[in-house]
Design a binder for this molecule. Structure first.
Ligand SMILES: [Zn+2]
Length: 571
């Protein structure tokens, strides 16, 4: 395709990542770049050389370790050394210490050595991270809607690649990132339905507000029926969701993961349109697995509800087992990119939220969600964005996954740093082109997909109807209609119009819904899947496209609208 990403040059990736990552080159690509990466992030593990940084230890940073590595909330103002402020304080201490020069030299030496090793074709070594499975083993089947039995019995000879994560690189980036710790608490106001009347029309530092809707409580058979009827699902679209989930279940690997590379078992190449063999875009299995899990969770299927309990359990197990422990929390980049982090955390957080029963919750899932949240929060760049590597300047699409994952974590009871969302919004407003609400990838050069993403995120961050320019942007989104091939754009635009309860929803939905129903594969091994030829579908392949289409068709009940629904979920 015409897609051109900087990731095709792995050396460039690591050379540039810490300061002006890959994305910097992409800024000129605007549209192609973001998308190319998004699916990218969602593909097979550690295959691309760029996805596997060289392994080195990070001795200089050991001194920065926090005393409390498992802080429940991340509060820069909290006493003690838990939060980023603590990290910053330690960094400051380090800077002032007499042995800093020595430590810095060691670090520099190790990085240079690592890069040299890498450029010379160094081995893909890294730390093997193993988690402990302690998930729920009880099963309380709920009446399923229509489902056939999940078929998760995959015979595979394929061995998964070991999960390799270079903690030294991670630590370095995080250390860089943590220097930006805020000087003041932010203006997040919980449960305050304060209209964001400025709509970003003035400064970028408006308050972030969390609306009461958007909960997950409709993800039940009853909810699917009720809200499906109310917002426009059809029997055919519900069948399409189930067919998609069956296809995904059939493509779960032995270790519980999904891969964007369909040449691997259990597909063994029987489906077309997997990740291309010569595509070296980082596509971690954590992203593919998180995306597939989100599709099951979106239909109300959890580790202990519905016909895919084992599938979901095994997928969550994979994410737990691949969570790389770092001094700043759990890292799901899997040597790939922050796409893996955002999507995996989003799946873990939704699973946590959905398996909560009053005061009872899966403490192990909570632990992973909390530690993953911590990593993501600290990995935010001082521009408010998230980049391909922790602490690097980012873009709209990567930032989108991180914001949504953190909002999911927050809904599940995990606290974030007080200014995380405010800063994220500042970044979004920094890539707005002109007064209209049109947004770019890394710069204010607007394009369609990043606009859809940014508008959706702003709604999640409290943008309410009534601001003329914002409303006009939403109107424009609806008027343009779905692309019908760019599922990344259509997924976000659908979310925005759903949450906004836009007057043109029915027209939008009918067109996209019926298109997806019509285009779903119905024959052979591919039955239940989708694939559209665009630069992103080509990277993420059929697993990415199928999961995104399923999520799009679940929109009616996956999230209650952020506006006209009463608060149904504690924030
Ligand atoms: Zn297949």
């Amino acid at each position: 395709m015409t897609r051109k990403t900087a990731l095709t040059d792995p050396t460039a990736r690591w050379r540039d990542a810490p300061i002006a990552p890959i994305g910097g080159e992409r800024s000129s690509d605007r549209c192609a770049a973001p998308a190319a990466e998004s699916p990218a992030a969602e593909s097979p593990a550690a295959e691309s050389p760029a996805a596997v940084p060289p392994a080195t230890a990070a001795p200089p940073l050991e001194s920065l370790q926090e005393t409390d590595t498992v802080g429940p909330a991340i509060d820069p103002n909290a006493p003690g050394d838990e939060g980023p402020r603590g990290i910053v304080a330690r960094l400051a201490t380090v800077r002032n210490s007499s042995w800093l020069a020595s430590a810095a030299l060691h670090l520099l030496f190790l990085i240079v050595l690592a890069l040299l090793t890498y450029r010379l074709g160094g081995t893909e070594r890294g730390l093997l991270i193993e988690g402990v499975w302690s998930g729920p083993d009880s099963a309380t089947p709920l009446e399923s809607i229509t489902l056939a039995e999940a078929t998760a019995d995959h015979q595979s000879e394929q061995q998964d690649l070991p999960v390799e994560v270079d903690l030294s690189i991670v630590s370095k980036h995080i250390a860089d990132a943590s220097i930006i710790a805020p000087q003041q608490a932010s203006a997040i106001e919980d449960n305050a339905l304060v209209g964001l009347q400025t709509g970003g029309a003035t400064t970028a530092a408006e308050r972030v507000v969390f609306l009461g809707g958007g909960g997950l409580s409709a993800r039940t058979p009853e909810g699917r029926k009720k809200y499906g009827d109310q917002y426009g699902a059809t029997r055919q679209s519900e069948m399409a969701v189930e067919n998609a989930l069956r296809w995904l279940a059939e493509h779960q690997r032995d270790d519980g993961s999904w891969s964007f590379d369909l040449r691997l078992s259990p597909c063994d190449g029987r489906c077309r349109n997997g990740k291309k063999a010569n595509d070296d875009t980082p596509t971690p299995s954590t992203a593919a697995t998180g995306l597939a899990l989100l599709a099951f969770l979106g239909a109300g299927y959890t580790p202990d509800v519905g016909p895919y309990q084992e599938v979901v359990q095994r997928g969550l197990y994979y994410l737990r087992s691949t969570a790389a422990e770092s001094e700043f929390g759990y890292d799901w980049q899997q040597g790939g990119s922050m796409y893996g982090q955002g999507i995996a955390l989003m799946a873990i957080s939704e699973a946590l939220g959905m398996t909560k029963h009053e005061d009872r919750f899966d403490s192990d899932l909570y632990h992973y969600a909390e530690r993953g949240t911590r990593f993501t929060v600290i990995a935010q760049h001082d521009s408010g964005s998230w980049g391909y590597t922790p602490g690097s300047p980012g873009d709209t699409t990567l930032t989108g996954w991180q914001i949504l994952s953190l909002i999911g974590a927050r809904k599940a009871g995990i606290e974030t740093r007080s200014d995380t969302f405010t800063r994220a919004k500042e970044f979004l407003m920094s890539v707005r082109e002109g007064p209209e609400f049109q947004f770019g990838y890394r710069t204010p050069k607007a394009e369609k997909t990043t606009t859809a993403i940014a508008l959706t995120l702003l709604i999640y961050l409290g943008q309410t109807p009534g601001h003329t320019l914002f409303d006009e942007a939403i109107d424009k989104l609806a008027e343009q209609g779905p692309t019908l091939t760019n599922v990344y754009h259509d997924y976000y635009a659908t979310l925005a119009l759903h949450h906004f309860r836009h007057r043109d929803w029915e027209s939008w939905n009918n067109q996209l819904r019926d298109h997806l129903v019509r285009t779903q594969a119905t024959e052979g091994h591919e039955a239940g899947s989708w694939h559209f030829r665009d630069q992103w579908g080509d990277v993420g392949g059929r697993v990415y496209t199928t999961a995104m289409c399923a999520l799009t068709l679940e929109v009616y009940y996956r999230f209650l609208p952020l506006y006209d629904a009463p608060p149904d979920f504690p924030l």
